[in-house]
Ligand binder design. Sequence first.
Ligand SMILES: C[S@@+](CC[C@H](N)C(=O)[O-])C[C@H]1O[C@@H](n2cnc3c(N)ncnc32)[C@H](O)[C@@H]1O
Length: 239
Amino acid sequence: MKIKFQSCFPRLSTFLHGYTASTDNATQSALQFLNDHVSERAEEIYTDTVKMFPDKAKDYMISPGQGRFINWLVEMSNSERILELGSFTGYSAACMLSGYAGVDCRKDVTCVEKIKEYATMLKANVPEANVVNVDALDYLLSFTSDQEQQFDFVFVDAGKKRYDAIHDLLIKKEIVMKGGMIVYDNVFLRDRVFEDVTLYNEGKQRGMAEKMRAFLENVLKDRRAVLVPAFDGILIFNV
Ligand SMILES: C[S@@+](CC[C@H](N)C(=O)[O-])C[C@H]1O[C@@H](n2cnc3c(N)ncnc32)[C@H](O)[C@@H]1O
């Protein structure tokens, strides 16, 4: 495939302006290469979101390199029915819907986002998504067992304290079909998960690190799970 560096550079330079190097061990030119393979829509959502929420956007959104990575996972697994838990304004959803070389694909995507303001923007940014404005756990708890509703790819990017409960529900309720894939983001919690948790005072951060560590230790006993030490830690589980 012909790489479109020259033609893409103007919009890429704007796009990469909002990029946090610490979340992605890649050089700027490597990122330009990667970003050539996600859609223009995804890039626009990224830049607009950075402008709209300068304080939290870069922390919330997956990095552009990771956007291409999950896009590749969706494509290579031939996934057609995608569920995302924690969608914010739709950047990662748009990445998952990007076809190779930036052409959007037709896939079923359900995005669960609990904050109304984000859910509204998400619907505007990714109109084809089924946007569900509820808590991720409530969504999974209300899930009825029905073959038609099964997903083949789940991207979990919310409720980091509750990854264990989310995992149990996804498996026990057969929300993900056999052979499907679950991808958990931020399982390193910016490295807090491997630090001595006693360094933190009792409280939210320590509790989250302890819970994530226990979740990883438990789920990694299963040979269908793999921990990918990239980005902020990704756990992939093959159902
Ligand atoms: C890390 S951001 C997601 C970013 C998005 N996946 C992306 O890369 O563009 C997490 C999102 O999950 C939402 N969220 C947090 N807890 C949630 C929950 N329990 N249920 C549903 N959404 C939740 C937050 O409002 C936030 O928008």
